[in-house]
Design a protein around this ligand. Structure first.
Ligand SMILES: [Zn+2]
Length: 123
């Protein structure tokens, strides 16, 4: 990823992407371990409290992995916008997004005003 035009925004997006990918990897490893432990627990009494704890953790891990994957997609979309020079502009109203907002949410698609009007979209 060494093409021209990749400035600070690109660097922070790529850093964010690396962090998110690493997080997904560790969550997935944890999930695999939980699934394995669940299989062991299932061979015991089905009312084993450990089995319940594992099921809860499994659900949480799946939800976390889902959220992280969505985040990764948002980051990739932001990198793509950066590549075509559309990065940092609100997708809804076309106004520049506040640099402070981009610092906190490098993959933000919308300015603060539009994001507030469109609460179904987190970014
Ligand atoms: Zn806007």
């Amino acid at each position: 990823m060494n093409r021209p035009g990749l400035d600070e925004s690109g660097a922070s997006l790529i850093a964010e992407r690396v962090r998110t990918a690493a997080l997904i990897e560790s969550l997935s490893a944890r999930l695999a371990a939980v699934i394995e432990a669940t299989a062991d627990a299932a061979s015991d009494d089905e009312h084993d409290p450990e089995g319940t704890t594992l099921a809860v953790e499994r659900g949480q891990l799946v939800a976390q992995i889902d959220r992280s994957r969505v985040r990764l997609e948002e980051i990739d979309a932001a990198l793509e916008r950066l590549g075509r020079g559309a990065y940092g502009r609100c997708e809804t109203c076309g106004e520049p997004i506040d640099p402070e907002r981009l610092e906190v949410l490098p993959a933000a698609r919308q300015c603060v005003r539009c994001a507030a009007r469109n609460p179904t979209r987190r970014w």
